[in-house]
Design a protein around this ligand. Structure first.
Ligand code: F6R
Length: 607
């Protein structure tokens, strides 16, 4: 989604903005722009397409020490030069960059047009530049504040005024804005990764808050002009962790670093003494854990699929009814919120709009919500009552891999802790801990199949469609496997519970449509083998993903992706690794833009 980077300080702004925009690229965008302020003049460059287009228009050097840049992911208006940000007021004195959606932009445009205004773009954001210019005040902060009283919608924005060199004003409502605090220099961004090579000290704006800053510091205030203040927090990762580390793609790096990511997710949380997990951030004592009667997990996309796996884990281990639902659907069906249900929102970025909105709706109705998040200090992490940080490290590739696995790791810990205050015995708890301790090395073994899976991808890279099937806890593995394939290779892939195949989709099985069958070594294996027979009978190619050593699998499947044997608790996570690798190698083979697939954004901060 759209990205913001702004700078005021003692250094030349242009190289900092350029590098910041590169850091924002991974979020997905289709145009970009930069405005610099020098000698009381705003200079703006914009270009549709990738950053190289913009780079070709930018000057080599520029002395300005204040400026801002933006990557745009089109919502209102196509991805053109004119619609790229920054947008200017008619006299060119005010420049604005904006993430979010101004819902009353149409009526504001009509009103401004009636007054004689002429617009240079089709965007909702341009009205903001007009409005700020129409609100002269003693300070830029006051002009922005007044302009925002006329606006409905979501925004994370930065404004510059040609008449006030070195000053920047930012505001937030529903779209992240972060201030980076440096030495004689200040930054504004929508994603801390864009400033981390300059500072790890950051302040997150709250909704309804504005910031005014220059090179020396910043002040915070609300829309009602009340002054607020907050000490910076220190980011838990550094610029080094954002590098590709010698890998061809971030996605491959992130797949390969899953053993370390999972070791961090589990680290310090396994309690051998009482054979339980210890998740201090939940802020729930044993009595409160015991009083929980149901679990409802909410997320979007892969986070939702992780939620399905999580609900299965909690229900089977802790014997607590647990379900998962897409966050946006949940919020719009006016759900019953119950006092004895624990609601869990799960999100890598912690900024996904639909998940955040579901969290707010539940809290508004008095429900108790905890979070499973990766990005420390993100909106969701700050608004929940407690939660579990994933500690997976930054995820740059649009297609989520290590974060998905870490989500599952968090749910395993939660299932264990909830189970141990119910009827999981100390002995069973001890077995689960032993299984979890083995998890990083099992994932490492699964990753060892990468070369063999690359060979398989070469064989299947011509396909147009694929099915993914699995039973019970293998179903979310199938869902996530299909999601990865379609996201980065653009091959149409559908996931079904294996039992559902014969109720419809079997009609589409033919020699050109392979089915990936996820076959964990459990008591359902014989039943899954009959699905395999059904596919073979229709001449459908079968790729078995399995950790079972069963002769019939090799006899029936065209190809096999092997996964190491493990405790059933770990099946969904460990067996998913082969499917991540399959999607990755297919996309590479097909020459796709693996880390920045078309149409997608890393963090979906609009509805
Ligand atoms: C899939 C993917 C998306 C995200 C979804 C939620 O590879 O990346 O489906 O999982 O947009 O994102 P978060 O977890 O940041 O809320």
């Amino acid at each position: 989604m759209c990205g913001i980077i702004a700078y005021s300080g003692h250094q030349a702004a242009l190289p900092i903005l350029r590098a910041g925009l590169r850091r924002l690229e991974y979020r997905g965008y289709d145009s970009a722009g930069i405005t610099l302020l020098a000698r009381s003049r705003l200079q703006t460059w914009r270009a549709a397409g990738k950053l190289d287009q913009l780079e070709s228009r930018l000057p080599e050097k520029n002395a300005a020490k204040c400026g801002m840049g933006h990557t745009r992911w089109a919502t209102h208006g196509a991805a053109t030069d004119e619609n790229a940000h920054p947008h200017l007021s008619p006299d060119g004195g005010i420049a604005i960059i904006h993430n979010g959606i101004i819902e009353n932009a149409m009526s504001l445009r009509a009103a401004l047009t009636a007054e004689g205004a002429v617009f240079a773009s089709d965007t909702d954001s341009e009205v903001l530049a007009h409005l700020v210019a129409q609100c002269p005040a003693d300070s830029l902060l006051e002009s922005v504040r007044q302009a925002l009283t006329r606006v409905h919608g979501t925004f994370g924005l930065v404004v510059m005024d040609a008449a006030r060199p070195g000053e920047l004003v930012a505001a937030r409502n529903g779209s992240p804005v972060i201030i980076g605090v440096g030495e004689r220099e200040m930054f504004i961004t929508s994603d801390a990764n864009a400033v981390i090579s300059h500072t790890r000290e950051v302040v997150h704006l709250e909704d309804g808050e504005l910031a005014a800053l220059d090179a020396r510091g910043f002040t915070l205030s609300t829309m009602d002009s009340a002054v607020t203040s907050r000490a910076p927090i220190t980011l838990d990762h550094d610029a080094e962790s954002l590098s590709r580390g010698g890998y061809a793609h971030y996605m491959l790096k992130e797949i390969m670093e899953q053993p370390e990511a999972l070791a961090r997710t589990l680290g310090g949380r396994l309690d051998r003494r009482f054979n339980t997990a210890h998740l201090g951030g939940l802020n729930l004592g044993p009595r409160e854990l015991l009083d929980i009667r149901r679990i409802k997990i909410l997320g979007c996309g892969s986070a939702y699929y992780a939620g399905i796996a999580g609900a299965n884990l909690v229900e089977s281990v802790a014997r607590l009814p647990a379900t998962a639902e897409p966050a946006a659907e949940f919020r719009y069906r006016n759900p019953l919120i119950e006092a004895d249900t624990l609601y869990i929102v799960v999100s890598q970025s912690g900024e996904t709009f639909d998940t955040l909105a579901a969290l707010r709706e539940i809290r508004r109705k008095g429900g108790r919500v905890i979070g499973v998040c990766n990005v420390v200090g993100s909106s969701i992490a700050r608004e929940v009552e407690g939660g579990i940080y994933m500690h997976a490290g930054p995820e740059v590739s649009v297609a989520s891999t290590k974060a998905f696995s870490s989500m599952l790791g968090c749910f395993m810990l939660l299932a264990l802790q909830l189970g141990r205050v119910r009827d999981v015995s100390p002995q069973q708890g001890g077995e689960m801990i032993a299984a979890l301790e083995a998890l990083p090395s099992l994932v490492d073994t699964a990753l060892g199949e990468s070369d063999a899976i690359a060979v398989l991808a070469a064989k299947y890279s011509g396909i147009r469609n694929a099915f993914y099937i699995g039973r019970t806890d293998a179903f979310p593995v199938a869902l996530e496997g299909a999601q990865k394939l379609k996201e980065i290779s653009y091959i149409h892939a559908e996931a079904y519970p294996a039992s559902e195949l014969k109720h419809g989709p079997l009609a589409l099985v033919d020699p050109e449509t392979p089915t990936m069958v996820v076959l964990p070594d459990n008591n359902l294996l014989p039943k899954s083998l009959s699905s395999l027979q059904e596919i073979r009978a229709r001449k459908g190619p079968v790729i078995a993903v399995t950790n079972a050593d069963h002769p019939e699998i090799h006899a029936l499947a065209d190809d096999v992706i092997t996964s190491p044997p493990c405790h059933p608790l770990l099946h969904p996570l460990v067996m998913g690794i082969g499917l991540q690798l399959f999607a990755y190698h297919m996309a590479v083979r097909m020459g796709r833009d693996v880390d920045q697939p078309r149409n997608l954004a890393k963090s979906v901060t609009v509805e």
